[in-house]
Design a protein around this ligand. Structure first.
Ligand code: SAH
Length: 349
């Protein structure tokens, strides 16, 4: 079997410095390499211009950089770019770059497939294959940061964990990747520009609240009635709304930040007065705002987006209760890059 070299990104800065010292070379060379692999996101020793040929050879003999590659990308009519990102073991996840006049957002994946079973989401048909490692999460950001400059001549402004997978079921790797994205020695991107979106795993929300994290939290709620939520998000049987609301109260108390509830309104599913009242009451318990999301239809599903009238009823009720509400238009629908449409179709094209 092929003997894999060590991935250089598994080394801390100190270890890299020590590696150079152990070869009778200056310690600062280790810092330079560290800067290349993290801050500059370099995936190629040959492009590290402040290293001599000898140093590059030394690195190549000892290490490799197991980075992801963009296999294919498609551009939507609205500018949204969907990337099929190939991992070292040839599995593919998807990352989406979404330009708007004010911001450029990278929507990244945290798992290959997903173990949750939301009936309205295309990713749930893929099942969960494995968690992404820290570098694979970080690399998606690097790749899209380069794309953002190349295609739009603007830096990436926001990151959302709304691609494939449930980030809180890949907790450690996601948190380490976010830390690296934040660090001045990494991408130096402020936590305020990062949003982690979860289907709502109460235990993990509490754990995260205890870690003094500074990023934003979004929760895919879609119904504030337990019986209905269990029907559209069956895993929710294990995580009742009561536990979810407890964990969110705790999150708000600890982080002093509001939670955003993501919410799709479907015709005949959650467009009744009882649904609206339940959401308003739920929001009253938790410092929060609501982001109504346009439904992106998926294959083999009869679910249909609710009428504008139903959306307005929700908006009016939330406004009346002084709960902030926004409406998110779908992006990249023509290339299946919109929320819930990520199911590796590119790969099959
Ligand atoms: N597992 C996480 C992150 C991935 S889903 C979560 O559930 O939050 C990212 C967002 O897309 C969630 O708000 C999810 O509810 C939403 N979504 C899923 N399927 C969708 C669809 N078909 N149309 C619109 N949004 C969808």
């Amino acid at each position: 079997m092929e003997n894999l070299k060590k991935d250089i990104r598994r080394l801390s800065k100190k270890e890299l410095q020590e590696f150079f010292v152990s070869k009778n070379l200056p310690k600062y060379k280790g810092s330079q390499v560290y800067e290349w692999i993290w801050k500059k996101g370099s995936h190629d020793f040959d492009l590290m211009t402040n290293l001599s040929f000898k140093h590059k050879m030394l690195l190549k003999d000892n290490f490799e950089i197991r980075h992801v590659n963009i296999d294919l990308h498609k551009k939507s009519l609205d500018g949204t770019i969907k990337n099929a990102v190939k991992l070292y073991d040839n599995l593919v996840v998807e990352s989406v770059l979404i330009p708007t006049p004010k911001r450029i957002t990278a929507c990244i994946s945290s798992q290959v497939g997903c173990s949750l079973d939301c009936i309205f989401c295309a990713t749930s048909s893929l099942k969960r294959i494995r968690n992404l490692n820290t570098d694979e999460i970080y690399d998606q950001v690097i790749l899209m940061s380069k794309q953002s400059k190349y295609y739009f001549n603007r830096p990436l402004s926001n990151i959302v964990f709304m691609g494939m997978g449930e980030p809180l079921l890949n907790y450690n790797n996601v948190l380490i990747a976010i830390k690296k994205i934040n660090e001045p020695e990494g991408l130096g991107m402020s936590s305020r520009r990062i949003t982690l979106s979860t289907s709502g795993i109460p235990k993990m929300i509490k754990k995260m609240a205890n870690e003094n994290v500074k990023f934003r939290l979004a929760v895919s709620l879609h119904s504030a009635r337990q019986s209905l939520r269990e029907k559209i998000m069956p895993f929710a049987k294990k995580f009742p709304l009561e536990e979810l609301s407890d964990s969110l109260k705790y999150w708000c108390l600890k982080t002093r930040k509001k939670v955003t509830f993501e919410y799709i309104i479907w015709e005949g599913v959650n467009d009744k007065k009882v649904d609206i009242n339940a959401l308003v009451n739920f929001c009253k318990m938790i410092p929060s705002k609501v982001n109504l999301i346009q439904y992106n239809p998926i294959e083999n599903s009869s679910m249909k987006e609710a009428s504008e009238e139903s959306v307005n009823l929700y908006v009016d009720a939330l406004n009346k209760a002084k709960i902030k509400v926004t409406y998110r238009r779908s992006r990249g629908q023509d290339i299946d890059a919109a929320c819930g449409q990520l199911a590796n179709k590119l790969d099959l094209a």
